[in-house]
Structure formats: structure tokens, C-alpha cells
Design a protein around this ligand. Structure first.
Ligand code: PMP
Length: 408
């Protein structure tokens, strides 16, 4: 792991960053939406299709064996990256959304009954709210939410108060995709475990900005997507403790997840196949492993340090823009910066600065309950990745000045 990180060198690894947008330098500040891909990932996906592609696990021919081996090597790469105890605890999914649905449908539906509680936070992405609402309809469970403070922090006392002997599941983000707030997962896990509840983590943003060691975090499930971690879309991961995954029923049926099938009955395959029905995203899993290798090569700590420097610069520069308010200023936050301007709607902000090559996300960020809490319909969001520079922030701030000129 290298301690020195040179952003200019790293930027050259991302072909898209050198392509002008609207005749200008691309300032890509929507990595929380989806990150750009380094050549290493692009090449690895092409390499699978050019050299080692067939369906996995089903054929005894050369290419199927090659593809299967690479697919399983990818699983090991993920296991090592999150320090999971066992390779078979790593389930490939289509993304974070599918991973959380897997837990909700399989674990949730088996353990939850009327009056049992699922605790989320009011800042969850819809993909960590809606699956629990759907399960609520089937089980009669109750979904409660931990409130957020005005600055975007969450108080551990609120978790302690809301986790009760009725709580069966605590399902929360690691890093908020709107506020950037980082939750103290280990403390939350200890509170949950003391009441016999399990902890499910939406790690869609956490995996990108923080070193993740699932054993150190003491959580029970951790979900993330490949596409935010510089990997392909269509691939994600659910890690779960083996004893939980083993006891859980499959949630989708099909090829690859069975042991035997007769016309009257099915028995399941062992982990992780039990949860991987159908043809999996083969090249995408291998591409995700390439992304993890790329990130690990630079070092997630070095990436985090760099992002924190740019975040500090961005926070200071944006604070100097008249009429601009930051939404989410928790101490120790990750590099996601939401803001609103008093002169223009976030959609107008985003559309105007796009003319200057600046890509930010504007909207509710799939977090409508959080928007309601702050009495906002939407925010603009600049989210930083390893390839962003202080120059990107300067261009963002200059383009926001143009917004002010237009609307004032
Ligand atoms: N949770 C969070 C915190 C996210 O930011 C996102 C993506 N915006 C998701 C879940 C959903 O991820 P995906 O669409 O890759 O399944």
C-alpha cells in the first residue's frame, strides 16, 4: 500500500477525464451517483470477454473453468478487501439495492413478526427504506427511524433509546449519500447486539471513502455496489455472517442455487450459491475485483486523506459563496457536499453549471424523508472521488458565481 498519492498521475488512469464536456475540462463531481472507471477496470472487463468468457459453474469445458476460476478469485478479492472471515460469506448481487432486498426478504421475512421493530435512520437512501416497508406489509413489523440533528450528526443516545427488546434489525448507512455523515457502526452494533438485533449496513458510500473491516465493525451484514467503487455497474456485494446466511432461506429460485430438484421439491446449494440464482454478472464481478485491486494499490487510506484535503478546501470555498448553505457539516464527514443557494433551485444550479463542464447531482438523492426533515425539496450535491482536485473546486465555485449573476 503506497502512502504517497499523486492525483495528477491517478487522473491519467481515467480515460473519460481527459474528454472535454461542452468544450471544457470535465469537472466530475457526481461520483456518489456513479464513479468513473480507471483503464485497469475497463481493460479487465474487455479481457474477460476477449479471452476467458463462458458461463460459470455449469460447464466442464476450458473456458467455463477459466471464467469460473476468475469469478471465484473475484470473490476472494472482495473477501480480503473487507476482511470477511470466509469467502462463502461474500454473495454477489446486482448492487446495494438488491443486497438489501435480499436481507429484507430472506432474513426479515423469516424473523420479523407483528410488532417487531426494524430501526433505520431518517437519512437512509430509499433502497434502505422501501424494502423494509415492503416486508412490513407482509409481517406486520414496525419501521422506526433515528432522527438527525441540524448539522447532519446522529446522536448515539438516540440509537440507544430507540433500540429496544422489540428491535430485531438495525439497518443503517455507513456514509450518508446526502450529508456525508459517518455513523459509528461498532457502537451501534454493540447496542443492537445487546438487545439481540442484527445490524445491516448500507455501505454504498462507505466502501468508497473508508477502510472497511467487517470484523472490526462488528456488524452482521454489509452491502455495497461496484459502480461507486470505480467498478462496473450491475455488480454488488452482500457480505453476511455465515451462521446467519446459512440459516436464511433463498429469496430467488432458479439455476445455480439448487442442490437437487424434482418436480415436487428443491433442496438448496450451499453458500454462497444459495443466494446467486441464475447467471451472475460474470465480467462485472471480475471488473469489480480489478477496481478493488486498483484502489488497494493506491491505498484506501491515501485516497481518504486526499479526499479529505479536497473536502476541506471545498467546504471553505463554498462557504464563501454568498447565499449558499451547506446541508450536512458533521465532524469527520466523508467527501459528499450537499448545498442549496438562496437565488436558484438546485435543478437550475445543476443545469447552469453543466454549461461550464461541471457535473453535480441535483434532486432528492433518493432520500425524500431526509429532504422532508430539512424542509427541502432537493439539494445540489458535489461528491468527491480520488480523481478530484482543488482546481475542480475552483471551477465549481466560479460556475456558481455565474449562477448568482444570472439570478440576481
Ligand atoms: N445506498 C446509498 C447510500 C446510495 O448512495 C445508493 C446509490 N445512490 C444506494 C444505496 C443504491 O445503490 P445502487 O443503486 O447501486 O443499488
Amino acid at each position: 500500500m503506497s502512502a504517497r498519492f499523486d492525483v495528477d498521475t491517478a487522473r491519467k488512469d481515467f480515460p473519460i477525464l481527459s474528454k472535454p464536456v461542452r468544450g471544457r475540462r470535465l469537472v466530475y463531481l457526481d461520483s456518489a451517483g456513479s464513479a468513473q472507471k480507471p483503464r485497469h477496470v475497463i481493460d479487465s472487463v474487455r479481457d474477460v470477454y476477449e479471452n476467458d468468457y463462458a458461463n460459470v459453474h455449469r460447464g466442464l469445458h476450458y473456458l467455463s473453468e477459466r471464467a469460473s476460476a476468475r469469478y471465484e478469485e473475484a470473490r476472494e478479492t472482495v473477501r480480503a478487501f473487507i476482511n470477511a472471515p470466509e469467502q462463502h460469506e461474500v454473495v454477489f448481487t446486482g448492487g446495494t439495492t438488491e443486497a438489501i432486498n435480499l436481507v429484507a426478504w430472506s432474513y426479515g421475512r423469516s424473523v420479523l413478526g407483528p410488532g417487531d421493530e426494524v430501526l433505520i435512520t431518517c437519512a437512509e437512501h430509499h433502497s434502505n427504506i422501501v424494502p423494509w416497508h415492503l416486508v412490513r406489509e407482509q409481517t406486520g413489523c414496525v419501521v422506526k427511524a433515528v432522527p438527525v440533528q441540524d448539522d447532519g450528526t446522529f446522536r448515539l443516545e438516540d440509537f440507544a433509546r430507540l433500540i429496544t427488546e422489540r428491535t430485531r434489525v438495525v439497518s443503517c448507512f455507513h456514509v450518508s449519500n446526502v450529508l456525508g455523515t459517518v455513523l459509528p457502526l461498532r457502537d451501534i452494533a454493540r447496542l443492537a447486539h445487546a438487545q439481540g438485533a442484527v445490524v445491516v449496513v448500507d455501505g454504498a458510500q462507505g466502501i468508497v471513502h473508508l477502510p472497511v473491516d467487517v470484523q472490526e465493525l462488528e456488524v452482521d451484514f454489509y452491502a455495497f455496489s461496484g459502480h461507486k467503487l470505480y467498478g462496473p455497474s450491475g455488480i454488488g456485494v452482500l457480505w453476511g455472517r455465515a451462521e446467519l446466511l446459512e440459516a436464511m432461506p433463498p429469496w430467488q429460485g432458479g439455476g445455480g442455487m439448487i442442490d437437487t430438484v424434482t418436480l415436487s421439491a428443491t433442496t438448496w446449494a450451499d453458500l454462497p450459491d444459495k443466494f446467486e440464482a441464475g447467471t451472475p454478472p460474470i465480467a462485472q464481478a471480475i471488473g469489480l475485483a480489478a477496481a478493488i485491486d486498483y484502489v488497494s494499490d493506491i491505498g484506501i487510506d491515501a485516497i481518504a486523506r486526499h479526499e479529505q484535503e479536497v473536502l476541506l478546501y471545498a467546504t471553505q470555498r463554498l462557504a464563501s459563496v454568498p447565499g449558499l448553505s451547506l446541508v450536512g457539516t458533521a465532524a469527520g464527514k466523508a467527501s459528499v457536499v450537499s448545498f442549496v443557494m438562496d437565488c436558484a433551485h438546485p435543478h437550475d444550479v445543476s443545469t447552469i453549471i453543466d454549461q461550464y463542464g461541471v457535473a453535480v447531482r441535483a434532486g432528492h438523492h433518493c432520500a425524500q424523508p431526509l429532504m422532508d426533515r430539512f424542509e427541502l425539496s432537493s439539494t445540489a450535491r458535489a461528491s468527491l472521488a480520488l480523481y478530484n482536485t482543488t482546481e475542480d473546486i475552483d471551477i465549481l465555485v466560479e460556475s456558481l458565481e455565474k449562477v448568482r449573476e444570472i439570478f440576481q
